[in-house]
Design a protein. Structure first.
Length: 407
């Protein structure tokens, strides 16, 4: 009996640690998303021309001699102190988040030896890939990165246990891929498809951690009374994800102000309901290697097409999520429905303010953060429609294959 009690107590302790670690990681991920938006919107994405160092330094050049060496080593990219620190601090924050996610994944995969080994090897291969990249061996670095992503991804698929544990391991695979996107953002000179993918990777990491934290905290319904709402909530999440991607495409192509500023910029575009547009050029996803996309390369017609598409998507999402919030509230989840509505309205007002006031940095950064909060409100609502996880089962992540477990 003492052995069983000790085992139950240890399992409960592990569950509490994982619950708080998931919460801390989710909050930290939200901060990284916000700071990443700040870096991108302040045009500091290429302020460190190398990766993961900055002008060959772990931090960034501080003294006159270091700045002179940096300018000599990268004559095409003169050192800008006001921007370089932003990019490198963002990398430090992302690295810290990676350590938190690794710890979370290890806790989730600790009991089965094969799963623990796979997670550890994934981290080792990721570190090896970064080292090889710094040495210029890009082919081998990419190979190790693929293996580093595949190991936790495969583990998340095979791992037996509650969904929150598998999501925690999946988050590790996503954040390793996110690191690769951060590297490609620099080496491919802000290629829009990569920058958009980097934004989506950050949002996905936050979403996975937030959902895992919700489920580990026991968020859920006592039964299946809210089950009919799930498909509508999932559809809302898909629509919002598409709109976030479209917003990332707008930002990465510098099309946020393509319709101008002031009264003539919204709801009209350049003072017209249908200005000249070029949707074909506006949505070319790949434009080859070696093009520097800093500041954008598209003409005004292509950028206007992107901005109009973003507005149309915003209208669709606004109408659907407003209806969804009303439906959720009528089915008994009043707080969740109200939260969706309030955050949705705030996001739309921020979008309009961006255009009207000429994309002020605080407002544009907050626009990214509120998009993440809107996604969180949908995820929290989805969690409320699912049956609450059994704490007795959640306490044991190393269940034998075939054991019943909550989803």
């Amino acid at each position: 009996m003492r052995l069983a009690e000790r085992s139950t107590e240890a399992a409960g302790t592990a569950r509490r640690i994982m619950r708080w670690l998931a919460l801390c990681a989710a909050v930290f991920a939200f901060g990284v998303v916000m700071f990443g938006a700040f870096v991108r919107l302040s045009n500091a994405g290429l302020s460190c021309p190398d990766w993961p160092t900055c002008y060959g330094q772990v931090t960034w050049p501080h003294h006159e001699q270091a700045v002179a060496r940096a300018d000599a080593a990268f004559p095409d990219r003169p050192y800008e102190a006001s921007k370089a620190w932003r990019e490198q601090v963002h990398r430090f924050l992302a690295g810290t988040l990676g350590v938190l996610v690794l710890a979370l994944a290890l806790l989730a995969a600790w009991r089965p030896r094969w799963a623990r080994t796979a997670v550890i090897l994934g981290a080792v291969f990721a570190g090896g890939g970064v080292t090889l990249y710094m040495r210029g061996e890009h082919a081998w670095s990419s190979l190790l990165a693929v293996v580093a992503i595949a190991l936790p991804l495969g583990t998340a698929i095979r791992l037996r246990g509650p969904g929150a544990w598998r999501i925690a391991v999946l988050a590790l695979a996503v954040i390793i891929f996110q690191a690769m996107l951060g590297m490609w953002t620099v080496t491919l000179l802000l290629k829009p498809i990569v920058v958009m993918g980097h934004l989506l990777g950050g949002i996905t990491t936050f979403a996975l951690l937030a959902y895992a934290a919700l489920r580990l905290a026991g968020v859920g319904a006592p039964d299946q009374r809210y089950a009919p709402l799930r498909r509508w909530i999932v559809l809302g999440i898909v629509l919002l994800a598409c709109q976030i991607a479209l917003g990332g495409w707008t930002s990465s192509n510098y099309a946020a102000l393509a319709c101008g500023t002031g009264p003539d910029a919204f709801p009209k575009c350049l003072g017209q309901w249908m200005p000249p547009t070029d949707f074909r050029q506006g949505f070319v996803l790949w434009r080859g290697i070696g093009v520097n996309f800093e500041g954008g390369v598209l003409d005004m017609a292509a950028r206007s097409a992107i901005q109009i598409a973003h507005r149309f998507g915003a209208l669709v999402v606004f109408v659907y999520l407003l209806w969804l919030g009303h439906r959720v509230a009528r089915r008994g989840l009043r707080v969740a429905g109200a939260a969706i509505g309030v955050v949705l309205v705030a996001q739309v007002l921020l979008g309009i303010s961006n255009v009207h006031f000429g994309l002020p940095l605080p407002v544009a950064t907050l626009h990214n953060g509120v998009a993440a909060l809107l996604l969180f409100s949908l995820l929290a609502t989805l969690a409320r429609t699912q049956q609450a996880p059994s704490l007795a089962v959640v306490a044991d992540p190393g269940m034998a294959p075939g054991s019943p477990h909550p989803r």
